[in-house]
Design a protein around this ligand. Structure first.
Ligand code: HEC
Length: 145
């Protein structure tokens, strides 16, 4: 192979490397999906969630305790939603303690659960794996976001 051809090929490889790196490091990271729902109320809700140690029994984004159900998408789950969550938070259940939360604390916790719903999916059942190993995510768009 002539020297010029070698140089040409290595120039193409080096520039492809840089273009690919730029694309990988910028695509998808510029958009913060949760920014719209990260308001004062959801921030307070997160603190209450931590203070009351809800994670001991529940999972968020699939991580946490396994006594209660995963709460990531409880806000948008069929047959559930804010009113349903409110009843649990105000009264507890046979297995979940009543935390005697004030009305604003309940609203803040619901705002936090709206935030988790908009920013994650758990369990990740809605992924389908393609023949080439990539995944399709039917994700939040189905819910009109
Ligand atoms: C001692 C364990 C425990 C703790 C702590 C706990 N929960 Fe629960 N929670 C449960 C269990 C168990 C259930 C399932 C309901 C049942 O079987 O009675 C539940 C159900 C729920 C539900 C309904 C979920 C669904 O999909 O049906 C919500 C919402 C909820 N909890 C929110 C919270 C929040 C918010 C906190 C923190 C303030 C919390 N829980 C703390 C045990 C707990």
């Amino acid at each position: 192979m002539r020297l010029n051809t070698k140089r040409f090929i290595s120039a193409i490889l080096v520039s492809s490397f840089f273009i690919y790196s730029i694309v990988i490091y910028t695509t998808g990271t510029a958009i913060d999906k949760g920014v719209k729902w990260r308001n004062e109320s959801s921030k307070k809700g997160k603190l209450i969630f931590q203070r009351k140690n809800c994670i001991a029994c529940h999972q968020i984004y699939g991580l946490g305790g396994f006594m209660g159900p995963d709460l990531t998408n409880v806000v948008s789950a069929e047959g559930k939603g804010p009113a349903y969550i409110r009843i649990f938070l105000q009264n507890g259940s046979e297995r979940m303690p009543n935390f005697h939360l004030s009305a604003t604390e309940v609203d803040d916790l619901i705002a936090f659960l709206v935030y988790t719903d908009k920013t994650g999916v758990s369990p990740v059942k809605r992924f389908t794996i393609n023949y080439d190993g990539t995944v399709n995510w039917k994700g939040n768009d189905e819910k009109g976001n």
